[in-house]
Design a protein around this ligand. Sequence first.
Ligand SMILES: [Zn+2]
Length: 284
Amino acid sequence: MVVADVAADGQVQEIARIPTPLHSYQEFSNALLQYSPTDGSAIAISVAGVIHPETGIIKSANIPCISGKALEPELNQALGRHVTVLNDANAFVLAEARHGQAQNQSVVLGIILGTGLGGGIVVDNKILSGFNGSAGEWGHGPACTTRSNEPLPPLQCDCGQPCCLESYGGSVGLLHIYQHLGGQAQTTTELVGQWHAQQPIASKAIDIWLDLVGGALANIINFLDPAIVVVGGGLSNAKGLVDALDAEVGRRRLTTHAAPLLHPAKHGPEQGLIGAAVHANNQS
Ligand SMILES: [Zn+2]
């Protein structure tokens, strides 16, 4: 858990970094109480999980003690003041829309190429949550290749569906594809290095990954027609990968533009803090 003061211009001043209480809700809320500002500043937190827009009930895989709780109303009561809670992928896109790569754009799609896939949509500087709070979750649907006859390794997604894009599109999935083809590297950094060296298995794996992810992304770009797609997560730092994905998407979407549509995010790990602060200010 990172606690920080975020200024109106997006500058982050870190205050504390503590282990996130995972199994005791009391400890979780006590930690927030301990670091709550006393000057009346807005409090906002960014967490992994889907948050229902009406009830505030959160489904969180990595912080079990808050999963199933109506976190925002419960924290309001526990801390005796308004606390804003938002999903970390939404925070990422909001941070980029207000203070990052996507400033002054009306429709912004953010995608996270992390261990798995995530994403969010910001329209006119506001998060588009959707009816259930899951808008922007683009990874849960069938993964389809169009130019490879190579069967994908069969993987079961945590959502319960077989062969979701989520299972192949992140760094874990990319390694699965590569190792399924016989590749020996153990990290995506090594794999990407082999790709740049034109090693055949790495080249094949990246081509399958571009086909899978680029096709799905072209589909949602056609539907949403964003002005910019901001790319975050560990794979966005892999040399040349976002450019290759942009080229793939450019060949497959309906409309074309000379300038790149996909851009690596400006902000790193601080994006959740910045997005949470922007969201709190939007609501005040
Ligand atoms: Zn899934």
